[in-house]
Design a protein around this ligand. Structure first.
Ligand SMILES: Nc1ncnc2c1ncn2[C@@H]1O[C@H](COP(=O)(O)OP(=O)(O)OP(=O)(O)O)[C@@H](O)[C@H]1O
Ligand SMILES: [Mg+2]
Length: 248
């Protein structure tokens, strides 16, 4: 392993400590509040967000270190119901935009309520009701990461609407995420999947920034033996479609 890589991994590794302290402190505040001084509902909600997000951060740190251990990337397949793949990324996205909605989504508890909350936020979910509880054998953390990254872009660029389609056939899970934003010119359709590439505002040039989301999502899709495609024209939005072969 080269030295830079070890240094990067050590930095990531050392993130564990502060994240653990953040979680433990928020947790302590909530637990002491039950016994001693009561907190307002808003304070409890904020602390709950802190705890939820520090757990997410911790599991991401663990994932980074796991990936480092294997050049292939480690697959951790299991059987989860369809909604377990889908709901979580929305909670994470809304935790940034509107925590109230994130809370409602994480408590929605069923297909109908989930779809209705999303619809109120300009997100159309097209998915058969019968899929909600369907058991699917895939790497749930990786699938969530892919969905979260595509959603985060769609929310960043949409004008009004995001459309998410989920379907299943005998061999694949299909996920597509589309927005109605400014779109991506044909000549950049391959390039947007490169690391550190962001298109400049005028779209005349590429900016080297933290364009990691799509490159990372593509690697995860390919690790699982899947495919990702992009359909987009300028000013007509962008649609990213993923197919993932089902295990077993
Ligand atoms: N839905 C979209 N509509 C228009 N342009 C997009 C869309 N998704 C991605 N892009 C373009 O592709 C670039 C790369 O996307 P990517 O998700 O890899 O990086 P990013 O979103 O800029 O940063 P991050 O690393 O935080 O994800 C973006 O900077 C943007 O220019
Ligand atoms: Mg992104």
């Amino acid at each position: 392993m080269n030295k830079n890589r070890i240094k990067t991994e050590l930095l990531v590794h050392d993130l564990k400590n502060p994240i653990a302290v953040i979680e433990a402190s928020a947790d302590m505040l909530i637990r002491n509040a039950e016994r001693e001084n009561p907190l307002t509902e808003r304070q409890i909600k904020a602390l709950t967000r802190v705890i939820r997000n520090s757990r997410i951060a911790m599991s991401l740190v663990n994932d980074i270190l796991e990936v480092g251990r294997s050049n292939e990337g480690i697959l951790n397949k299991g059987t989860y119901r369809c909604f377990e793949y889908i709901v979580f990324p929305f909670v994470e996205i809304f935790d940034l935009i509107d925590p109230e909605i994130a809370e409602r989504i994480s408590r929605a508890g069923g297909y109908k309520a989930f779809i209705e909350i999303l619809a109120s936020q300009g997100v159309r979910l097209e998915m058969d009701a019968s899929l909600w509880e369907k058991e699917i054998f895939l790497d749930v953390r990786k699938v969530r990461q892919i969905i979260r990254n595509l959603l985060s872009n769609a929310f960043k660029y949409r004008k009004k609407e995001v459309v998410v389609e989920i379907s299943l056939d005998d061999n694949n899970l299909f996920i597509s995420i589309a927005d109605d934003g400014k779109g991506i010119e044909k000549e950049f359709h391959k390039k947007v999947f490169e690391r550190y590439l962001q298109l400049g505002d005028e779209r005349e040039h590429c900016v080297r920034g933290h364009g990691l989301g799509l490159a990372g999502a593509l690697v995860l899709v390919e690790d699982m033996g899947g495919r990702m495609t992009l359909e987009s024209e300028m000013n007509r939005g962008a649609k990213f479609s993923v197919s993932l072969p089902l295990g077993r």
